[in-house]
Design a protein around this ligand. Structure first.
Ligand code: GN1
Ligand code: MG
Length: 359
């Protein structure tokens, strides 16, 4: 296989992959020869590679983070159920990326080191707008998420396995956060007193959303839960949406989180990792996002959902700040980080974004 320059975790995985690759390839592609393997994507959880075979076919090969996704079989059953549902929905305008089975008929493969792998078709002539989408890309991506939301509106939520229970239970996340504040396990608390105060003040948004859900004012929907711009592939030819990807977090939830995570990741003029100061909201991008999403998903929404969308943005930004700061205080155990202050910078970035949204 071609070798490539890499550093850190991905090069370790690639090395490991070279040692065991035959067994993985035999499982997914018996009697074919690989030509190259390259890391791809920006995900903070799984490891993603682009695999090219000698016959020029290209595939996405992913190592599932099983520390987080502890039941990969059930997770992949979700993927298959979602793919079948979307394929059967004749009005779904996007391509459906059905996972590729092993020769044993499963949708994941556990290698002899206990690592779990899965494969998806690679969509040629598409790209993922990694960050800071233009207004046109924001419109297309939001329209894509709206179509996904609409097509899954008749999928019974209770039929989905919940890969990450409590994923958007921000009230519980606050309880864990406060427990970490008590323990301060790696001695970082004294550096973040200002951020902690801001987060404790923002708890009201978590509480407000929690109440709307508890009272049944916000209905339970099947939602994507990771609606960053990069999870919609766009056609290279004309920029229109090609496919919604990354279904790991598709679960019962509220539309507020999908809308909120779009605002969180599309609208600022700085990426999630950028240290502040000096960032702004891009109003034209927000407008494009609203138009795209409401065009496809709007008529499904109850008035209570529509009127709470902005609250959804403040809630999700708060939750993300809380998650980054919790991970910082816990010693960087969840998100991939590139340096010791990475999670703190991300948390400060989200808090600044929250301040702009509140204005
Ligand atoms: C993680 O791995 P990625 O980048 O798709 C995380 C999201 C966060 C995001 C922040 C399962 O997503 O919830 O919003 O990082 N996914 C999980 O960049 O925790
Ligand atoms: Mg994801």
């Amino acid at each position: 296989m071609d070798s490539i320059d890499l550093t850190g975790i991905q090069s370790k995985i690639l090395q490991m992959f070279n040692e065991i690759s035959q067994e993985i390839l035999d499982a997914f592609f018996p009697s074919t020869t690989p030509q190259s393997l390259q890391p791809t994507g920006e995900g903070l959880i799984n490891e993603t590679f682009l695999l090219q075979l000698q016959n020029q076919d290209r595939w996405i090969l992913q190592r599932i983070n099983t520390a987080l996704f502890q039941n990969p079989k059930a997770l992949m059953e979700n993927f298959v159920a979602i793919a079948c549902h979307l394929q059967a929905s004749h009005q779904y305008p996007l391509q459906v990326i059905h996972p590729h089975p092993t020769c044993f008929g499963h949708y994941h493969f556990e290698d002899s080191n206990g690592h779990c792998w899965r494969v998806f078709p690679y969509l040629e002539d598409t790209f993922a707008p990694v960050a800071l989408p233009s207004p046109e890309q924001a419109y297309e991506a939001a329209k894509g998420y709206g179509a996904f939301f609409k097509a899954l509106s008749d999928f019974p939520p209770e039929q989905l396995y919940q890969p990450l229970p409590g994923f958007h239970d921000t009230v519980s996340r606050y309880i864990s956060f406060k427990a970490i504040l008590e323990k301060d396990p790696v001695g970082r608390l004294n550096q973040v007193t200002k951020e902690v105060q801001l987060l404790l003040k923002a708890e009201q948004y978590a509480q407000e959303v929690h109440n709307l859900i508890q009272k049944g004012i916000l209905p339970t929907r099947v939602t994507h839960n990771d609606t960053k711009a990069g999870n919609v592939l766009l056609h290279r030819s004309n920029g229109s949406a090609a496919a919604v990807i990354d279904w790991d977090t598709v679960m019962p939830g509220t539309v507020l989180s999908d809308y909120g995570d779009m605002v969180r990741t599309f609208v600022p003029d700085r990426v999630e990792d950028a240290p502040i100061p000096g960032f702004q909201l891009r109003k034209e991008v927000w407008q494009a996002l609203d138009t795209g999403f409401l065009e496809t998903a709007g008529y499904q929404l109850l008035p209570a959902e529509r009127s709470s969308l902005k609250l959804g943005a403040k809630w999700i930004v708060t939750e993300q700040a809380l998650r980054f700061l919790t991970d910082y205080l816990a010693g960087d155990v969840y998100y991939k980080t590139k340096h010791s202050e990475h999670n703190l910078e991300r948390a400060c970035n989200q808090l600044e974004l929250l301040r702009l949204l509140e204005r």
